[in-house]
Design a protein around this ligand. Structure first.
Ligand code: PGA
Length: 244
């Protein structure tokens, strides 16, 4: 794992943006794996501002809620459109279809999309419980795209986006751990003290399905970009770090 510790969210966005822009330059017809949530917002802002040439780039997203209409501002389709797709030209944009009546079929469809479009660079956030995408603790490392029931911790973390607690979706379709691990390279971003336990477990803990992000220790091209607060509980790995 390459670990880059930055001072603040602005630097974090810039570092991750630079990695993405470099991939786009090196592989103008490449596949970019996109993430949603709070962590990538600054990165997408830089993409809107700097406008790298994305016209040949295909994107695939990590996940989508089940039964949230794409026109719903809380859906990840809506988020991606607002943050990125409406602002830059892409070759194609894919997200799992959480509105398909048969969710299992939607998962199989999405695995086919991923097989046809192997990811060159996957952007990831991390949950407070160390989930990646919506792969909650206990998810098999062998999992491909599947339906997941969100844990209480994840629903509480996402509560801020919804008016009422009962509006927070209970299920989602997510790329599996195995689907994510197929990416040629991965950049994971995290900021704030709330992520410090998850970051420590991911970098220094044992590789276990109870800590989904720990599987990244086995990937041969992962860059972790974290701020000082998110990195504050790491000890062993201090020597391997690049201070930005
Ligand atoms: P966040 O979510 O970027 O909104 O903190 C990350 C995640 O849950 O994967």
């Amino acid at each position: 794992m390459n670990i880059i510790v930055v001072k603040n969210e602005q630097e974090l966005a810039q570092k991750a943006y630079d990695i993405i822009a470099n991939m786009i330059e090196q592989k103008p017809n490449g596949v970019l794996g996109c993430a949603t949530g709070g962590s990538p917002v600054g990165i997408y802002e830089l993409m809107r501002k700097n406008k790298p040439n994305t016209s040949g780039i295909t994107t695939v997203n990590l996940d989508e809620y089940i039964n949230l209409d794409f026109a719903n501002p809380k859906s990840y389709h809506y988020y991606m459109n607002e943050e990125l797709f409406a602002h830059l030209p892409f070759k194609a944009n894919y997200l799992p279809n959480g509105m398909k009546e048969n969710a299992e079929e939607a998962c199989a469809d999405y695995e086919k999309v991923l097989e046809a479009h192997p990811v060159d660079l996957q952007l990831l956030g991390i949950g407070e419980n160390a989930h990646i995408a919506f792969n909650e603790p206990g998810t098999s490392f062998e999992s491909t795209t599947h339906v997941i029931e969100l844990t209480e911790s994840t629903r509480q973390a996402n509560r801020r986006y919804f008016e009422r607690e009962e509006d927070v979706p209970t299920h989602a379709i997510t790329m599996g751990i195995k689907s994510i691990m197929r990416a040629k390279s991965i950049v994971l971003v995290a900021s704030g003290e709330k992520k410090a336990d998850a970051i420590k477990a991911m970098i220094e803990g044992e590789i276990t399905e109870e800590c989904p992000a720990s599987i990244l220790q086995k990937h041969n091209d992962v860059t972790i970009v974290v701020d000082e607060a998110a990195f504050s509980k790491c000890e062993k790995s201090k020597l391997d770090v690049v201070m930005a």
